[in-house]
Design a protein around this ligand. Structure first.
Ligand SMILES: [Zn+2]
Length: 297
């Protein structure tokens, strides 16, 4: 091999070596770019799955009363945050917080409604009607009305709990009623509870309030508590005004009115034996606003 040839060979092997090095570098870069793309993708997946699990934001004050919109959360599965609404009679939940229920279900919260009684004695107590409809018939009618109203407000049928205590006598059933409420709250662990105030004029409303509050204290859970107002006693407003908060339900005011209309046994002349509806138009007007007031503790 001549010197020239030797020089040429070393030159060519050097360039071959350089080429190999360049190819290796190119391959390495390509591989590392692919890896980083893969990792990014993985990060995105992790992020979106975290987002799906967190169906409802932590700051509840903002979601109830603020302008924040969380429509993306609708239909999410998994760890949905729970809300429980207590109604002494079917219709109280819709009158007192129907707009807020619709708003909350729309935002993706898992809303449950507990009906303490079926309100079967409304016609007997208020209008003196014992037949056509009988209390048994009223019970069935009001339960069906509650189911239709809840559906309009976006509450799943499986989330409706009818405790079937006798209408007008909750005071005499506080022990078994508390037992039922304790079990429900222990199981659901709600982050918010809506219930009537303890100074309401109607006995079932007052005792629902007491039973719910007792149960919360016994379980030592700390949900946010919102008391709605249906039959305010005199002086109630003055005393509790400073703890009042307002929920803007403008977007859901129509839905609430449709839900109220489902309670035909209460809002219309329902049977031939009655001359006036149980709930007057004047009373119902109070629940036609674009906001709902609650007393917080
Ligand atoms: Zn009631």
């Amino acid at each position: 091999m001549s010197k020239k040839a030797k020089k040429g060979l070393s030159k060519s092997s050097l360039s071959a070596f350089m080429m190999r090095l360049a190819r290796l570098f190119f391959f390495e870069t390509k591989l590392s770019r692919r890896n980083s793309q893969f990792l990014n993708k993985e990060r995105q997946v992790t992020f979106s799955s975290t987002e799906n699990n967190t169906t409802v934001p932590e700051d509840d004050t903002a979601t109830i009363f603020g302008q924040a919109s969380f429509h993306n959360f609708r239909g999410s599965v998994g760890t949905k945050k729970k809300i429980v609404v207590f109604a002494p009679h079917p219709d109280d939940e819709t009158l007192g917080c129907g707009g807020t229920i619709a708003k909350k279900t729309n935002e993706g919260y898992d809303v449950h409604i507990v009906y303490m009684t079926n309100g079967e004695n409304s016609h007997q107590e208020i209008l003196g009607i014992v037949l056509n409809p009988s209390p048994q018939e009223v019970s069935r009618i009001r339960q069906a009305e509650a189911e239709r109203a809840a559906k309009l407000l976006g509450v799943n049928h499986g989330n409706l709990i009818f405790l079937n205590f006798e209408d007008g006598t909750l005071e005499k059933a506080t022990e078994p009623a508390r037992e039922r409420v304790l079990n429900i709250l222990e199981k659901l662990q709600p982050i918010e509870i809506y219930y009537p105030g303890e100074t309401e004029l109607h006995g079932d409303h007052r005792f629902t309030s007491i039973i719910v509050k007792d149960s919360i204290n016994m379980l030592r859970i700390k949900p946010k508590l919102y008391k709605y107002i249906i039959w305010p006693s005199k002086g109630q407003n003055k005393k509790e005004l400073k703890n009042e908060v307002v929920s803007d339900i403008l977007k859901f005011a129509h839905t609430k009115q449709f839900a109220i209309q489902e309670y035909k046994s209460q809002t219309t002349i329902f049977s031939r034996t009655q001359r006036r509806p149980i709930l007057s138009n004047r009373f119902l007007k109070k629940f036609q606003r674009n906001s709902e007031k609650f007393i917080v503790e």
